[in-house]
Design a protein around this ligand. Sequence first.
Ligand SMILES: Cc1cc2nc3c(=O)[nH]c(=O)nc-3n(C[C@H](O)[C@H](O)[C@H](O)COP(=O)(O)OP(=O)(O)OC[C@H]3O[C@@H](n4cnc5c(N)ncnc54)[C@H](O)[C@@H]3O)c2cc1C
Ligand code: FES
Length: 298
Amino acid sequence: MHDATFADRACHETVTITENVRLARDTYRVRFECPTLAQRVTPGQFLMLRLHGSNDPILGRPLALYDTVLDASGKPTGVDVVYLVVGKFTSRLAQLGPGTKLETWGPLGNGFAPVATRHLIMVAGGIGQTPFMALGREALGLRQYGETERTVAGQKSRVTLCYGARSAEYLAGVDDFRALGMDVRVSTDDGSAGHKGLVTDLLRGVLDEEPPAGSQTATSQDPATQIVVCGPERMIEAVAHLAHERGVACRVSLETPMACGIGICFSCVTKVKDDNGEWDYRRTCVEGPVFDAEQLIF
Ligand SMILES: Cc1cc2nc3c(=O)[nH]c(=O)nc-3n(C[C@H](O)[C@H](O)[C@H](O)COP(=O)(O)OP(=O)(O)OC[C@H]3O[C@@H](n4cnc5c(N)ncnc54)[C@H](O)[C@@H]3O)c2cc1C
Ligand code: FES
């Protein structure tokens, strides 16, 4: 017997790439057919990808679900993954065209639990916007994910994306997020698009526009406003501090480097507080990658 982990429902498939297109500088969206995975996966979960017929690199690489792809009847038949070229695997993946095979394992990780919230504020830095396409689409009531009904009855959230990048040329998918009806606010380090400065400046502005805490109907399960964040660790830490200061619930999606992705190797551990205020290591691949910001020790 072992504790139920989110790797138990993962499947291995050899899949065929149908599209691999450039979205921004060094940033691509790869699409492949994988009906079983596409029907099971939920926002915030990830897949392990590996080249087909090659042991170089030997380890699979974790990449978040960007979105599912539906057939004409509305059934999920494939997935999109958006990736930044940083090293060996992603530079090789960027060279692959339609018809090439890939090895996939998934869906993996806990993903975002569905929470009824009036205003979902998604904060992304670098390539951290990738888990938020599906999450935002779900929160807007535009798509169901997974095998069981997840949406909280009648709930449709307002969705804001605060998205920070080095410069305008690295911004990927902004028009797609806007086309769904999300309020997208952009910051760049060099001021080439949106606000010149940090994504936390944008978040502070969005929080300043929120009604005072006492005027909102909220419970700890269904907060009136909720922040989700993904990106570089220092940015996550700054967002977690700001959320704590303002008393806003915050969930974090970590991009800890991983080897196995299924809970065996313990290469992905992060420090997490328990209910007694003590801490222990938790595996990001099976007990994450999504954690409550208040649980994390930075
Ligand atoms: C749950 C999860 C979801 C992810 N989703 C995405 C996604 O949707 N899109 C995307 O582009 N990337 C995502 N990543 C990160 C991606 O897995 C790594 O960037 C991956 O290592 C790239 O493989 P590579 O062989 O190209 O680079 P590698 O050769 O593995 O590494 C290249 C360089 O990046 C550094 N590096 C590798 N991984 C990380 C990391 N996690 N944090 C900081 N530095 C790192 C290395 O130290 C090295 O300098 C995710 C990671 C996790 C854990
Ligand atoms: S990556 Fe192996 S235990 Fe998490």
